[in-house]
Design a binder for this molecule. Structure first.
Ligand code: UD1
Ligand code: CA
Length: 455
């Protein structure tokens, strides 16, 4: 029997107290709703619908062709959100997994369990619940003599009901056909909303099988309604990811200040020092040492390379390299083995050959640099003429002295030597010493003349 998924994401995010929808708020390196879509996908459901309304353009842009969108024109509650999918789903047969776009910690295993138990128990509806230490804001599970009766929302709950700490996750599985029959019968609440949670009482009263699944880990209930909750969910996710890497043999020295995205791959035997962010499709290989105070995004760091106090975006760093402190590497730059990029060096869209060193204060942009090149302090690859970017080619064993400006386009051939302070505008043949600066004049005893003039 086929299972479809519907993610509710049209709500106004009123409690966030800011204009941006909670679905789009960043949690580690992704928007909140991206985790929900990802978890549903990983639970092996291929047909995913997302109900959008508030800030629908931005949500659709973020999720693009991963899902099918359904619009809820007026946000009249969770039941109304589901009803807006009627046209799309009415002819489908099977089960519908419903979950909320603001519940990113309900992972694929939990979702799978909900679906499997729903099918095995031949239930009309299955709902995921958990016992939490603080149930405030969540729908409470009301039972009578241990048997499920209904869900009561915080707003309508009596004092005694508010004390119930078994709560509704907002994740359910339904028989599609029966779902829509019952949905139409729900009544508007005094708040003006139609609550999906009212459906269960109706079902129970009419003898339908409503099955409850209890999840032990209460952090899966961490939803996002305001910034406090966003912070709490983000920290819980961060801890789960970091713990997984630690147990895999990664030495993460401070679990609190290390932020690792879900797609990052880290080999055992590497070390992550405090205050470090590893995001996107980053890969860290064995023996690498990253941090402290480092951000790496969509990059590969090779075996035994060290990146300290630096920013690396969309780059490949091969083995045994040293990067930082305070380096900025970006736009597809590639460092081959044993390269050293030291303090205050920016590398943009450049390839740097084996054993080449730029140890301090340099800008390397749009360059292809060979092996064993020395790039002195203060070297600038002047790649931009105000209109276009130009390339610089530096071949093997070139020595570039301090404070040299290389005005691109340029080709500097093997074994050449550029004197400090030169501004190079012409190509340099191999084995050549290039000097491009004024000769120094020493005016002997001139100081006394100056003093005479001033007196
Ligand atoms: C809801 C449940 C509550 C449960 C909690 C778990 C209801 C009435 N209550 O409360 O029992 O404990 O989730 O997270 O269902 N949405 C729409 N259209 C709307 C309104 C909401 O798409 O018109 C979406 C929201 O974007 C959100 C989800 O539905 O993703 C849940 O809505 P929200 O307002 O956050 O409900 P809660 O108060 O958290
Ligand atoms: Ca919510």
């Amino acid at each position: 029997m086929k299972t479809y998924a519907l993610i509710l994401a049209a709500g106004k995010s009123t409690r966030m107290n800011t204009s941006k929808s909670k679905m789009l708020q960043p949690m580690l390196d992704r928007g909140v709703i991206e985790y929900v879509v990802n978890n549903v996908k990983k639970s092996m459901i291929n047909d995913i619908y997302v109900v959008v309304g508030h800030q629908k353009e931005q949500i659709m842009e973020l999720l693009k062709d991963q899902v099918t969108f359904i619009e809820q024109v007026n946000q009249k509650g969770t039941a109304d959100a589901l009803l807006s999918a009627y046209e799309e789903l009415k002819d489908k047969q099977g089960n519908l997994l419903v979950t909320c776009g603001d519940m990113p910690l309900i992972d694929e295993n939990i979702i799978r369990r909900v679906i499997d138990e729903h099918i095995n128990k031949k239930a009309t509806a299955t709902l995921l619940v958990s016992r939490v230490s603080n149930p405030k804001g969540l729908g409470r599970i009301v039972t009578k003599n241990g048997v499920f009766e209904r869900i009561v929302e915080e707003r309508e709950a009596l004092i005694e009901e508010k004390k119930i700490n078994i709560v509704n996750s907002g994740t359910y599985c339904f028989d599609i056909e029966v779902l829509f029959q019952f949905l139409r019968r729900l009544k508007k609440r005094s708040s003006g909303e139609f609550y999906l949670t009212d459906i269960f009482e109706l079902m129970v009263n009419e003898g339908k099988v409503v099955n409850l699944i209890y999840e032990e880990d209460e952090t899966c209930m961490y939803g996002i309604n305001d910034f406090y909750e966003l912070n709490r969910a983000c920290n819980a996710l961060k801890r789960k990811i970091n713990t997984k890497h630690c147990l895999n043999g990664v030495n993460i020295q401070d679990l609190e200040s290390t932020y690792i995205g879900i797609d990052v791959i880290i080999s055992s035997g590497s070390t992550i020092l405090p205050n470090t962010y590893l995001y996107g499709k980053t890969i860290i290989k064995e023996g690498a040492v990253i941090g402290p105070n480092t951000q790496i995004n969509n990059s590969v760091i090779g075996k035994n390379s060290v990146v300290t106090n630096s920013v690396v975006d969309s780059c490949t760093i091969d083995e045994n390299c040293l990067v930082g402190p305070f380096a900025n590497l970006k736009n597809g730059s590639h460092l081959h083995d044993n390269v050293v990029i030291g303090d205050f060096v920016e590398v943009k869209k450049s390839e740097i050959g084996h054993n080449t060193k730029a140890k301090h204060h340099a800008y390397i942009g749009d360059a292809k640099i060979g092996r064993k090149v020395n790039i002195g302090c203060g070297v600038i690859f002047a790649n931009y003429d105000g209109k276009k970017k130009h390339l610089t080619l530096v071949k093997d064993n070139v020595f570039i002295g301090s404070n040299v400006t290389l005005v691109a386009p340029l080709e500097i051939n093997e074994n050449s030597y550029i004197a400090a302070g030169s501004t190079i505008t012409d190509n340099i043949p191999q084995n050549t010493l290039a000097i491009a600066r004024q000769r120094q004049v020493n005016k002997l005893e001139y100081v006394w003349k100056m003093k005479d003039k001033n007196s």
